[in-house]
Design a protein around this ligand. Structure first.
Ligand code: THU
Length: 134
């Protein structure tokens, strides 16, 4: 039950962050909210650039904001967009989630919410790199 309430909070934060999306090129607004182990929430939106490849996805912005304040232990990240089916994070964002071991990922549109473990979204993320353990 506690977890459920947390998810509601995260969703509200992610939808609110989406309002700030800077997406003049794709016109596709995305919001993200990440919750730390101690219950703090940090948010992000996508930030595009005329040089398209410089675009930052909402989830990476949210994680970056959290890390910049010293928060690194995450419980859940939520990503939202007004799509027909719940949005699916790009490979780069999955890798960043893996870097900070975000265990649970919620993907949502206006009517549907899917929950995944990071391992489902990016299996064997760290295996074999510099002998780092998963
Ligand atoms: N985008 C995100 O912010 N997160 C995702 O999970 C998928 C895509 C952004 C990047 C770009 O600004 C726009 O959505 C279209 O790809």
């Amino acid at each position: 039950m506690v977890i459920r309430m947390e998810h509601e909070e995260l969703m509200i934060a992610a939808w609110q962050a989406r309002e700030s999306a800077y997406a003049p090129y794709s016109r596709f607004a995305v919001g993200a909210a990440v919750m730390t182990d101690d219950g703090q929430i940090f948010t992000g939106c996508n930030v595009e650039n005329l040089s398209y490849g410089l675009t930052m996805c909402a989830e990476r912005v949210a994680i970056g904001v959290a890390v910049a304040t010293g928060a690194r232990n995450f419980r859940t990240i939520a990503v939202v967009a007004d799509t027909e089916v719940p949005i699916s994070p790009c490979g780069a964002c999955r890798q960043v989630m893996a870097e900070f071991a975000v265990p649970r990922v919620i993907l949502a549109n206006r009517s549907e919410r899917l929950e995944f473990t990071l391992d489902e979204l990016l299996p064997r993320a760290a295996a074999g790199i510099l002998d780092r353990e998963e």
